[in-house]
Write a protein that binds this ligand. Structure first.
Ligand SMILES: *Cc1c(COP(=O)(O)O)cnc(C)c1O
Length: 208
């Protein structure tokens, strides 16, 4: 990986033995998209693993994750953000999160529209957060073989992060741009990704 790009090893659906192989090879950041699976894996892995939650998170599943994960990458609603902040404050911890932006030409993906994020920044809603640090933006490209489409999506995600900072230049530590998966990470890195989420390339195909 180029300098400045970190890898989240997306270990969903894979057994802890496989995660340990990656850990022993030096991998420390692991990503999961289901709350129960993540909570089950945490005690089975070394304590210095940094867990990233990368899936759609239902509000009734927030509380057990607070204080257990290094980052929640998939904040897709104000309600979820407010709840994470509330639970983090109650628990006496600071949660690190990414705002998920939706640019893909697919109905199935979650996230804020870019305009919604610009409103968020204009209204300086981050100032209301007591125990949550917004560290940047996460996004996904359209699931397609059309590399021009994928490239345009990554450019749109990168542009969204850039504009957010333009609107709120004093938003500190807003420097993570999480985009790119097994099939498209080189394109994502070319567009400025700092965090790629790689599952299949590391662990092989998932058995659902
Ligand atoms: C599963 C998943 C990935 C990893 O996908 P691969 O194609 O296996 O690399 C990345 N990001 C999110 C949000 C995922 O759910």
């Amino acid at each position: 990986m180029p300098e400045g790009v970190e890898i989240v090893a997306v270990s969903k659906f894979h057994p802890v033995e496989q995660l340990m192989e990656a850990y022993n090879a030096g991998q420390r950041i692991f990503g999961e998209n289901r709350q129960q699976e993540l909570l089950a894996k945490i005690p089975q892995m070394p304590a210095d693993v940094r867990w990233h939650f990368i899936g759609h998170l239902q509000t009734n599943k927030v509380r057990p994750l607070i204080g257990k994960v290094a980052m929640i990458e998939s904040i897709d609603s104000q309600r979820l953000l407010d709840l994470i902040d509330h639970e983090s404050e109650k628990a006496g911890v600071v949660s690190r999160v990414l705002l998920q932006v939706h640019v893909a030409q697919e109905e199935t993906k979650f996230g804020f529209l870019p305009e919604e994020l610009y409103d968020f920044m204009r209204e300086r809603r981050f100032e209301a957060l007591k125990a949550t640090h917004i560290c940047g933006i996460m996004g996904m490209a359209t699931n397609t073989d059309d590399t021009e489409r994928v490239k345009a999506d990554f450019q749109a995600i990168a542009e969204c992060k850039r504009r957010c900072l333009e609107i709120a230049p004093d938003l500190e530590g807003f420097d993570v741009l999480s985009m790119g998966m097994s099939d498209d990470y080189p394109l994502a890195i070319a567009e400025g990704s700092t965090l790629v989420r790689i599952g299949t390339l590391i662990f092989g195909p998932r058995q659902y």
